[in-house]
Design a protein around this ligand. Structure first.
Ligand code: HEM
Length: 499
């Protein structure tokens, strides 16, 4: 009898607690909605999930985020808000907002957005490396130490290493250059950029181009899981499929950090043995850690993984999209080949001085980054209430500024969907804050020079020796996985060039 009374009492208490929690959640969500309901944007599909149909389509890879926002901005104007569950996501596409948010250090990166960079299902990943450190003072110390390693002057001295990797790529592609084999360039570029980052940044041994590499798969898996972090289900779903997924992601994160630990220990051993430090980017971190104690071991591993991830997929994506654009625009390819032949000719070692003469190639890369910026934009946190384009936006909001969307707007780039490298020859102030594939301001990409040197050396080498023809009727869409990349394989028929 007493048992039943207690059970009934317990159930009443439980129902009251659940009821209170539910009411609190409803009130909270109502309060959050009220704060943003004056902003433009589509109607929410559901009170709790917000714009869940959009999120579902994006996570199912039916649409990419950048395209979703591009459509919304066309419909609702330069400021748009979407709700994913209780979280408002604002996007602004206006040069004044870009300038204010990106060039002003008072707007930090929103820490919450970078949680998925720091750890994956509880296993450390990029930690508080340069990309994900949101405390400005802490970030500034590490950035100051790493800046010289990415300076043009320093990278100039490493052009030989870029050449060696590009030569290995040409060898690899030449083996398939029979004019009829479909070669998936996307994978070839992933291998070469992995090879470059391993050698230039970390002096790692081994040929990543000829060998199947575990690292590429590990990075893809980690990027995918960072992307999927938008869905809370994936973190807790007990079904085998999701348990296996979480296990594989954790294993991949451990592989990358474990490799970092080994590479760092090799460098530290050089210091202990009094040997000269290797001429690579990691040595700048090691020197600073040993001399000034500016990095702990965990922080060094954070930077290792950050550079590994940041430096590999972005540049391979740029190369893949460039080859798609060149294949689709034979007049551009012809002009570029003329430049390669006149500046490089049969030269084997491409120097920094050679590549800066390749002015048209630079325009081609810039135009590719306009249409296909691998990182679609940046996000900043408003520390206090702000007026954005005439709307009051509450403190604590995250506002995204999307290079992908702005660089495809007619008002900044006439006839935006046409691939026209010459448009950058005389670009004016209109485009100054509408084109920022490497972001802008203090938190802009540290690897911009690195990527552009690498891309030019690789393009020069492959165009010098090989002919490319896009395999017709393949998928030329965009695949969104945190960074964007071609949804197809960028398949080409390759033959040796007949000059
Ligand atoms: C085409 C190639 C690349 C593109 C389009 C690109 C783009 C970007 C963008 C847009 C950001 C800002 C991200 C944000 O706001 O959260 C960024 C940051 C960063 N990128 Fe790149 N990136 C490229 C290549 C590289 C390379 C080759 C490296 C390293 C070797 C690199 C390392 C980094 C790092 C460490 C940051 C964080 C910088 C900081 O906050 O101090 N990136 N990149």
């Amino acid at each position: 009898m007493l048992f039943w009374l207690l059970l009934q009492y317990g159930m009443i208490v439980f129902a009251v607690v659940v009821g209170l929690l539910f009411t609190a959640a409803v009130c909270y969500l109502y309060y959050v909605h009220q704060k943003y309901d004056h902003l433009p944007g589509p109607k929410r599909d559901a009170f709790f999930q917000g714009h869940s149909s959009i999120l579902k389509k994006v996570l199912a890879k039916e649409e990419c985020f950048a395209e979703v926002y591009a459509k919304l901005h066309r419909e609702y104007g330069p400021l748009v808000v979407l709700f994913f569950y209780h979280m408002p996501f604002l996007s602004a596409v206006d040069p004044k907002v870009v300038k204010e948010l990106l060039l002003n250090n008072k707007y930090p990166k929103p820490s919450l957005n970078y949680d998925a960079f720091r750890s994956l299902f509880g296993v450390p990943f990029m930690g508080n490396g340069l990309v994900s450190e949101c405390n400005h003072e802490k970030w500034a110390i590490h950035r100051r130490i790493l800046n010289p390693a990415f300076h043009r002057q320093y990278l100039k001295e490493l052009t030989g290493t870029f050449n060696e990797s590009a030569d290995r790529l040409v060898q690899y592609l030449s083996l398939k250059a029979d004019g009829k084999t479909e070669v998936k360039l996307i994978h070839a570029f992933e291998r070469v950029t992995l090879d470059v980052i391993c050698k230039v940044a970390f002096s790692m041994e081994g040929d990543m181009i000829q060998q199947e590499s575990l690292f590429g798969d590990a990075i893809h898996l980690c990027l995918d899981s960072m992307y999927q972090a938008g869905s809370p289900i994936i973190k807790i779903d007990p079904r085998k499929k999701y348990r296996d997924y979480r296990r594989d992601v954790k294993k991949a994160a451990r592989l990358l950090r474990g490799t970092g630990l080994k590479v760092i220990n090799d460098h530290l051993e050089d210091v202990r043995q009094g040997r000269e430090l290797k001429k690579d980017i990691l040595s700048h971190v090691i020197k600073s850690a040993v001399v000034d104690g500016n990095f702990t071991m965990e922080e060094m591993i954070d930077e290792f993984v950050t550079l590994f991830v940041g430096g590999y997929e972005t540049t391979s994506t740029l190369l893949s999209f460039t080859m798609v654009c060149l294949g689709q625009n034979p007049h551009v390819l012809k002009k570029l080949l003329e430049e390669v032949d006149s500046v490089i000719g049969d030269k084997e070692d491409i120097t920094y001085d050679d590549i800066i003469k390749m002015e048209y190639m630079m325009l081609v890369l810039k135009e590719t980054l306009r249409l296909y910026p691998p990182v679609i934009g940046s996000t900043r946190l408003l520390p206090e209430d702000a007026d954005i384009l005439g709307y009051k936006v509450p403190a604590g909001s995250s506002v995204s500024i999307l290079s992908y969307v702005m660089a495809r707007m007619e008002e900044f780039f006439p006839d935006p969907l046409t691939f026209d490298p010459d448009r950058f020859k005389d670009s004016d102030n209109r485009t100054m804050y509408a084109y920022f594939p490497f972001s802008m301001g203090a938190r802009s990409c540290i690897g911009q020079q690195f990527a552009m040197i690498e891309a030019r050396v690789i393009l020069c080498k492959i165009l010098q020796k090989l002919d490319f023809k896009l395999v017709p009727n393949q998928d030329f869409g965009i695949y969104d996985q945190l960074t964007i990349r071609p949804s197809g394989d960028c398949a080409n028929y390759i033959s040796l060039r007949n000059k």
